[in-house]
Design a protein around this ligand. Sequence first.
Ligand code: ASP
Length: 481
Amino acid sequence: MKKLALHWKIIIGMVLGIIWALLSSTMGWSSFTINWIDPFGTIFINLLKLIAVPLVLFSIISGVANIGDPNSLGRMGGKTLGIYLITTIMAISLGLLLVNTIKPGELIDDQSRIDNRISYEIWADSQGYELKDGINYLKDPEYFERAQEISELTKSELQEAAVADKLETVQKRKESTPLQPLIDIVPSNFFYSLSNNGLMLQIIFFAVFFGVCLLFIPLDKAKPVLNLVDGINEVFLKMVDIVMQAAPFFVFALLAGVVSKMAGDDIGKVIEIFKGLSWYSLTVLAGLLLMIFVVYPIILKAFVKKIPYSGFFKAMSPAQTLAFSTSSSAATLPVTMECVEQNLGVNKKISSFVLPIGATVNMDGTSLYQAVAVIFLAQMHMIDLTVAQQVTVVLTATLASIGSAAVPSAGLVMLIIVLDSVGLNPAWIAIIFPVDRILDMFRTVVNVTGDATVCSIIADGEDMLDYREHDNPTQTFDLDS
Ligand code: ASP
């Protein structure tokens, strides 16, 4: 009998997980689901992350050392970062275009927007910011009483516990020098970097440095090290194969947990949450889907003629479905690498260098969402951002997406920095927080798809892409292979 392709099994797991969560919410079993099923989802993400960190380390060392010549490495590195930057800026521009056209934040009733505006003015005043757009409800006698009421409310309302800790983390980071991001890339203790999933850039720095130095030592010394690195790499890839056998079950647990946590014992809550933020969510979704189904295929068509539209999706579907269910490009990385190498035919030399870097620095979905979120929040507070401020959004969203860890909700935390850069209240992340987990699933698919697209372009440019039509390309996670 023909085996069902892995991505179908994962999709079935997801659907069953959602059905289970809805059922358990109507039957009042949500705490059972959260206590006894959800932990398997966490175990799954832990397993994948456990593999991701050493895989990034060893695959970059082997990728860099196997390229063999520092000059071509430099050229490829420059190309990789350049193309990643271009796709990120494209994604942000698309987000800005959509949010400025649809204007989801203006579709809320006028009274709420005026109230929002007043609370923003109170906050801006407390921060000593000047209002640049000439509106000032605080000074308008007509709104005096409302302003008093709102002033009392805003003191406590936005500082929800759920976001307060996120604000604090970013605040700590901000109290450093402008070159702090550069300092953060260079580890002072490599073993500390290895012990922290958020320090992936440090691991990449070390791996590239180590790989380059391997190129400069005598071959008889370098060869055994390289063989060891390659062997260890194989072990981690085998671990991925084994974990992926159980992926459909784990994904069931993940989705059941995510939906149960949102719904509790009342499914109506999920619908309520989405109703209030429906236009915002739809704008983000429209942008993300356009990236996946239109923008990347156009880029691929322009630069890599060999890979057909359907072939690309067939090849990448295990990684895409996994990105969707885990919301983590780092956890998905091992599978992304297998899909790109075995299904798209990208040479290991390229993928082992380009993909781990992409998973860490290239987050097109995250940056698009950040652009939409900032403008949406400004719109709903009746704040017109100038062109200069929107350019600032492009720059900070690019940096914020580079700085975001490839784990669930990282983009939401970095949104604080983008809001701050244009003088908006960072605590507003609380407003979009309720729908964030679901949008995160979609933006992670974009992040992973973007990495694979760029990787194929680089491979084709280096003549290292050997794409072949597979009957069922997703059957790569085979223990016998
Ligand atoms: N979850 C995303 C990722 O891992 C990052 C984010 O946007 O929160 O790619």
